[in-house]
Ligand binder design. Sequence first.
Ligand code: GDP
Ligand code: IMO
Ligand code: MG
Length: 420
Amino acid sequence: MKVDVLLGLQWGDEGKGKIVDVLAPAYNVIARFQGGPNAGHTLEFEGRKHVLRSIPSGIFHEGIMNVIGNGVALDPLLFKEEAEVLAASGFDLTKRVAISKKAHLILPTHQLLDAAYEASKGEKIGTTGKGIGPTYMDKMGRSGLRVGDLLKDDFMARYEDLKAKHDHIFLSMFYPYYTKTLEAKWHDATDYLKRFEWIDSEHVINHYLKDGKAILAEGAQGTMLDVDFGSYPFVTSSSTICAGCCTGLGVAPRHIGEVYGIFKAYCTRVGSGPFPTELSDSTGETLCRQGYEFGSVTGRKRRCGWIDLVALKYAIMINGVTQLIMTKSDVLDAFDVIKACVAYRIDGKEVMEFPYEINNPIEPIYTELPGWKTPMTGMQSENEFPEEFNAYLSFLEEELELPIKIVSVGPDRAQTIVRN
Ligand code: GDP
Ligand code: IMO
Ligand code: MG
C-alpha cells in the first residue's frame, strides 16, 4: 500500500477540505502533515457547514482514523475550541482523532510574537495571526515544545524557559503584552488534549501501511505558500508540498502513491505578496462575489484573478502530481470570456517557467476561451457539461499534461463530479 497525498496547487483555499471529505470513504486513515490552525477547510453536507482548522477532514465518516502528524503545529486552546464545536454538533472526536507526540505546541507567546513581528514589518506578510511562524522558528531553532513534552515532570520549567526566551524578544522589540488570562486557558486546554490518543505517528502510519490500510495525507495551505518554493517571503512557515508529507508523517518517499493536485478554476490569494494574475477591477470583484471569496479563518476578503498556468505547472512539477482536481467551476458560469495566463512578460521577455523573482512587475499573457454561460451547480454527471466547459477542461489538460479526474461544481459534498 501507498500513502496518497492531496495538495493545494495555488495559494491555498482550493477546496482541499471538501474534496478530502468526498474521498475519505475510500481510506482508513486521513492524516495532516503540516501547518496548523492557519488552515481553514470548509465542508458542507446535509445542509450544514463545518470549518476545520487543525482537525483532518475525515472526521465526518465513521471508522476512519484521523491523525495529526508530527509536522503539524498545534495550539491546544484552538484545538479544544474546534473539537468542542464539533462535539456540540454531535461529533465526538475522542475516538476518531489521534495526535502525534512530536507535533509542536503553539504557545500563547508564539501567537503574540506573530503579531509583534507583523507590527514591526514595513511590508507585512498578512499572516493569519495564529503563531505559525514563531512556532516553526522555535522548532527549527531546536527550542520548541512538543505534545509529548506535556507528559514530562519538568514541562512547566521548560515552558517557562521558552517563555523567558520570548520575553527577551518582546523586550527588544518594545512590544508590551499580557498573557496571564490566555495562558490559564491554554494550560487548561492541554489537559483537554489528554482525552485524545497521543501516538508515535510515524510508527502507527507505517504499521497501517504494512497492514494494507489505505492512507490519505491532507495538505494545508498551498504550493505557492511553501516555505521553499512559494512566493518567499510571503509564504507560510511549513513545507506544504508533497515532500512535506514524508517529513511531516515519517513516510518514506517510495511509499508515496497518487498525488492529487487541487486547484480552483481561477485563482485567489489571501494576505500580502505577489499575485501575477490578480484582477483589481470589476472582473475581480465578480469572481470574489460569485465565489464568496472570504477567508474561513480570518474572514478577510480573498484577492481574485484568472488561473495562472505558469504557477500551476511549477506546482505540478514540484509535487509530482499524478492527477488533477478542479474546484469552483460554477463560479465562472457568468463570464462571456474566460482567461488563462500561459506565460509572463518580464522586462519585455516572455517567460514560461516560474521565475525566482515574482515580486517585481509581471505582465500576464493570456489565452482567451469562450465562457459557457450555463449554471453548473445542479449538474450531476459530466454528460451535462456544456461544450465550452469541456473545451476549457481539454485546454487545461493539454497545457498541464495531466487528466482532471474530479470537477467540483458547488460547495456541497454532493456537488462533485468524478470523470471517467
Ligand atoms: P481549503 O482551505 O482548500 O479547504 O478551502 P476553503 O474551505 O478555505 O475554501 C474553499 C471555499 O470554497 C469553501 O467555502 C468551500 O465551501 C467552497 N467550495 C469548495 N468547492 C466549491 C465549488 O466547487 N464551488 C463553489 N461555489 N464553492 C466551493
Ligand atoms: P488553507 O489550508 C490561504 C497565508 C496567510 C499569509 C501567509 C502566512 O485554508 O488553504 P501564516 O499564518 O501561515 O504565517 O500566514 O499564508 N495562509 C493561507 N492562505 N489558505 C490557507 O490555508 C492559509 N494559511 C496561511 O494569509 O499570507
Ligand atoms: Mg482554507
